[in-house]
Design a protein around this ligand. Structure first.
Ligand SMILES: *[C@@H]1O[C@H](CO)[C@@H](O)[C@H](O)[C@H]1NC(C)=O
Ligand SMILES: *[C@@H]1O[C@H](CO)[C@@H](O)[C@H](O)[C@H]1NC(C)=O
Ligand SMILES: *[C@@H]1O[C@H](CO)[C@@H](O)[C@H](O)[C@H]1NC(C)=O
Ligand SMILES: *[C@@H]1O[C@H](CO)[C@@H](O)[C@H](O)[C@H]1NC(C)=O
Ligand SMILES: CC(=O)N[C@H]1CO[C@H](CO)[C@@H](O)[C@@H]1O
Ligand SMILES: [Zn+2]
Ligand SMILES: [Zn+2]
Length: 465
C-alpha cells in the first residue's frame, strides 16, 4: 500500500518536473516558415491542347496537367492557395515568415510589364496577408520580381518604391528607406533586442544582371552589410541573413555559378568575417532542397546556408540538367530563441501527380534530425551530414530524393555525387573546381567515370555540329 502510494507520489513529482522541463524547452524554442519561388502563372488554364495550358511551359507540352499544375508549368492559383493554406494547417502561428522571392512566371519579358509584375507580387502578398494577418513577414526580392527580369538596379527605382509600398505593413520605416535605394533592409528580428535579420538583394550579384556588371559594390550593399554586421557584433546580436540568388554553384549541373566571380568572393569573405554573429542563411532560387557550407581558414564549419525548395514544380530549361522538376515544397525551421541556432528543419510537400488525381494532401516529407540522425542543424551537424552524403550511398540517395522534393526517385550516380558534394562543400569557385578533380579521383570504380565523361564530351561536340 505505502509502496504504491510512494510510487504514485514519485510519479506525480516526475510529471511535475517533466512539465517544468517541457515548458522550459518550449520557451527556448521557436519556429518560422520559409517559402520561396512561388512563380504564379496567371495564364494556367486546362484545355485540349497540352501546349496551350500555360505560358511558362514555352514550347513544351504540359503532358500531365491537372488542377494543381504540371511539371512543365509554373504554379496555377490553386497551387498557390493550397500551399498557403497548408502553411496554416501545419503551423498557423509561426513566429514569423521568411519569403525569398520569385513570384512571376518564367515567360519572355515581352509578355510581362512593370504593372504585371507588381500586380502579381501584390496578389501573392495579399494571399499571405489574408491567411497570416498578424504574422511578421520578411520578404526578399527575387530576380523574377522585377521588369525586365534579373535587371535589378544598384540604385533608386520606381519598382523598389512600388514594392516597398506593397510590403509596407511588413516594413519598419527605416527599412523602407534602404529598400527604396537598393532593395535591401535590416531590422531587429521581431523587434527584439539582441536579434537581427538582414534581407539582401543578391540579384545585384547575378551574372545575368547587366546593370551591375561593372559596379564594384552595387547599391553599396556589401559595405552596408559589413557595417551592419560589425555593429551587430558590438551589440552582441545574433543575425539571420536571407536573400534570393545564392552564392556558389548549382548542384544539378556541373560548373553553373550564379554570381559574378568578384561578387561571389566578396560574399564568402563577408560571411567568414562575420560568422560569429550569423546564426543562419536562408535562400531560394534553385527550387531544390539543398545547403551550402562555409568554413574558416582552418577548415572548420562556421556557417550554413539553407536553400529551401520552391512551390512551383516548373522543370528548369537550363541546358544540361536532367529531370529538373520538383514537387511543391514548403518548410518550417525550428530554432533556439536564445541563440537563433537552427535546431531542425521540417519539409512538407505536395505530390503533384497525386494532387491532380484528387488527393490534394500536403504531407511531411522529412524532418532533418530524424532522417539523417544528426542532433540539430548547426554547422557542425550539417558538416557531418555532408560527410555522410559524400561517403555513404544510402545517405546520398536519401539526400538526392529530397533534393527534388521526392520528384526524381532515380539513382544519383558517381558523376552526380561529385556535382552535389562539391557544390555543397565549396561556395568558392576555385575550390569548387579543385573539389571536382579530387572527388572524381576518389570516386573509385577506376576509369569508368573519365571514360563516361570523355564519351559525354564527344556526344556534346557532335551535338554542337
Ligand atoms: C483556398 O484553399 C482553401 C483551403 O483548401 C479553400 O477553402 C479555398 O476555397 C481556396 N480558395 C481558392 C480561391 O482556391
Ligand atoms: C521613391 O520614393 C522616395 C520617397 O517617397 C522618393 O524620394 C524617390 O524620388 C522615389 N524614387 C523613384 C525612383 O521614384
Ligand atoms: C519596437 O520596440 C520599440 C521599443 O523597444 C518600440 O518603440 C516600437 O514601437 C516597437 N515597434 C514595433 C513595430 O512594435
Ligand atoms: C507520387 O504519386 C505518384 C502517383 O501516385 C507515385 O507514383 C509516386 O511514387 C509518388 N511519390 C512519392 C514520393 O510518394
Ligand atoms: C488575395 C487575392 O487578391 N487573391 C486573388 C489573386 O488572383 C487570383 C486569380 O485571379 C484570385 O482568385 C484571388 O482571389
Ligand atoms: Zn525561381
Ligand atoms: Zn530566381
Amino acid at each position: 500500500m505505502t509502496f504504491r502510494l510512494q510510487r504514485f507520489r514519485f510519479q506525480t513529482w516526475e510529471l511535475l518536473l517533466c512539465c517544468l522541463l517541457f515548458k522550459g524547452t518550449l520557451a527556448l524554442s521557436g519556429n518560422f516558415w520559409h517559402i520561396t519561388d512561388l512563380h504564379w502563372d496567371p495564364s494556367y488554364a486546362l484545355g485540349d491542347d497540352p501546349k496551350k495550358v500555360c505560358a511558362s511551359s514555352g514550347v513544351r507540352p504540359a503532358a500531365q496537367a491537372g488542377a494543381f499544375g504540371d511539371y512543365a508549368c509554373d504554379s496555377p492559383w490553386k497551387l498557390i492557395n493550397s500551399s498557403v493554406y497548408a502553411m496554416k494547417k501545419f503551423l498557423p502561428d509561426p513566429d514569423f515568415i521568411v519569403w525569398t522571392g520569385d513570384d512571376t512566371p518564367h515567360v519572355p519579358d515581352r509578355d510581362l510589364s512593370q504593372e504585371a509584375v507588381l500586380s502579381i507580387i501584390s496578389n501573392l502578398t495579399d494571399a499571405i496577408k489574408q491567411v497570416f494577418p498578424n504574422t511578421k513577414v520578411y520578404s526578399a526580392l527575387g530576380n523574377h520580381d522585377y521588369h525586365p527580369k534579373s535587371q535589378l538596379p544598384g540604385g533608386p527605382s520606381v519598382m523598389y518604391n512600388q514594392t516597398a509600398l506593397i510590403w509596407q505593413h511588413w516594413l519598419e520605416p527605416e527599412s523602407r528607406e534602404t529598400f527604396q535605394k537598393g532593395g535591401y533592409y535590416t531590422e531587429k528580428l521581431l523587434n527584439k533586442t539582441g536579434f537581427r535579420i538582414l534581407v539582401l538583394n543578391t540579384n545585384l550579384y547575378y551574372d545575368r544582371n547587366l546593370l551591375t556588371k561593372d559596379a564594384e559594390d552595387p547599391a553599396g550593399q556589401f559595405s552596408w552589410a559589413d557595417r551592419v554586421l560589425a555593429e551587430a557584433a558590438g551589440h552582441k546580436e545574433k543575425v539571420y541573413v536571407i536573400g534570393h540568388v545564392p552564392p556558389g554553384v548549382f548542384e544539378k549541373r556541373r560548373n553553373k555559378p550564379w554570381y559574378r566571380p568578384d561578387f561571389n568572393r566578396r560574399y564568402v569573405d563577408l560571411i567568414v568575417k562575420h560568422h560569429s554573429v550569423i546564426a543562419g542563411q536562408f535562400f531560394g532560387h534553385h527550387h531544390t532542397d539543398t545547403f551550402r557550407m562555409f568554413y574558416d581558414s582552418e577548415g572548420s564549419p562556421i556557417s550554413t546556408m539553407f536553400l529551401s525548395p520552391g512551390v512551383t514544380p516548373w522543370e528548369t530549361t537550363l541546358p544540361g540538367v536532367k529531370n529538373g522538376a520538383n514537387n511543391p515544397g514548403i518548410r518550417i525551421f525550428e530554432y533556439d530563441s536564445q541563440t537563433l541556432l537552427v535546431k531542425d528543419v521540417v519539409t512538407y510537400y505536395l505530390n503533384l501527380t497525386h494532387a491532380n488525381a484528387g488527393w490534394d494532401r500536403w504531407e511531411k516529407e522529412y524532418r532533418l534530425t530524424e532522417s539523417f540522425h544528426v542532433p540539430d542543424a548547426s554547422p557542425a551537424s550539417m558538416q557531418r551530414l555532408l560527410e555522410g552524403i559524400s561517403t555513404d550511398r544510402c545517405r546520398l540517395q536519401k539526400y538526392y530524393q529530397f533534393n527534388s522534393v521526392s520528384y526524381d526517385l532515380g539513382e544519383c550516380d558517381a558523376a552526380c555525387r561529385v556535382d552535389h558534394v562539391c557544390s555543397l562543400r565549396e561556395v568558392d569557385y576555385d575550390r569548387y573546381e579543385r573539389c571536382l578533380v579530387t572527388e572524381a579521383a576518389s570516386s573509385g570504380g577506376g576509369g569508368s567515370l573519365p571514360v563516361l565523361s570523355v564519351a559525354a564530351s564527344i556526344l556534346f561536340v557532335l551535338n554542337q555540329q
